[in-house]
Write a protein that binds this ligand. Structure first.
Ligand SMILES: C[S@@+](CC[C@H](N)C(=O)[O-])C[C@H]1O[C@@H](n2cnc3c(N)ncnc32)[C@H](O)[C@@H]1O
Length: 229
């Protein structure tokens, strides 16, 4: 059994038992292996657009003798999969790329067949939340984990939810996920806003919008500090 990094362990914690699990962008194969070794799914669809990356997963699952429960796809997103996954993991890609994979899938499949979606976008988390919110997904977990860099982890299920601008920007983070990592990310965001304000002091529209965000973020920092410090 491979020792998972902090980021991959946090993803693993979000995985629920299911029938068919899809690991889109499986690369090293650690998550596919985790799912099979922990009996989280009967079948794992290991998908990667890069053959070289997919081969790493194939090798790892073979070495651990769980490859007979996996189906390997060298393809773009879920385009070539024949079995409908009920749980989908897309981690380590840009938000726009993730949205595109889900959008392409929705053209030929009912998104209702996906019960659980676990996403770890490298950027564009606002766009990801907005897409989920507009396409019948309900965010059940949204938190931040530091593993060298800061990562956002989102788990969603089918259902309705009306997200506010604040939630789209700062996450649907519940008090139970007010952590030092989340606080660090908020502080980084605060610094970014302050830098923009310094450089764009002449542009009124930018100023107003960034000031609004800064206000919100400083309130959230205070709330989180009160809870954890
Ligand atoms: C940075 S790695 C992340 C690996 C793993 N999911 C993780 O979170 O550690 C991104 C992987 O996604 C694959 N990838 C990128 N775009 C893809 C797409 N459209 N469809 C399938 N795989 C893709 C890449 O080839 C690469 O192996």
């Amino acid at each position: 059994m491979n020792k998972l990094t902090r980021r991959l362990s946090a993803i693993a914690e979000l995985i629920e038992p299911c029938a068919v699990f899809a690991d889109v962008g499986c690369d090293h194969g650690y998550m596919s292996l985790y799912v099979l070794e922990h009996w989280k799914a009967n079948r794992v669809l290991c998908i990667d657009i890069s053959l070289k990356c997919l081969e790493k997963t194939i090798k790892l699952l073979k070495r651990n003798q769980v490859d007979d429960q996996a189906i390997f796809y060298n393809c773009d997103g879920l385009k070539a999969v024949r079995q409908k996954p009920d749980e989908v993991l897309i981690a380590g890609m840009g938000g726009t790329e993730i949205i595109n994979i889900l959008y392409e899938y929705s053209k030929t499949h009912d998104l209702d067949s996906i019960e659980t979606l676990i996403i770890q976008p490298m950027r564009d988390t606002y766009a990801v939340r907005k897409w989920l919110n507009s396409n019948g997904f309900f965010i059940v977990v949204d938190h931040v984990i530091k593993d060298g860099k800061i990562y956002h982890l989102i788990k969603a299920k089918r259902g309705r939810q009306k997200l506010t601008e604040f939630q789209l920007t700062f996450g649907v983070v519940e008090a139970s996920y007010y952590t030092r990592d989340y606080l660090e990310w908020l502080r980084e965001y605060e610094k970014k806003c302050l830098r923009i304000l310094e450089n764009a002091s002449q542009v009124l529209a930018v100023n107003q919008s960034v000031r609004g965000k800064l206000n919100q973020i400083q309130k959230q920092i205070k709330t989180v500090e009160e809870k954890i410090c």
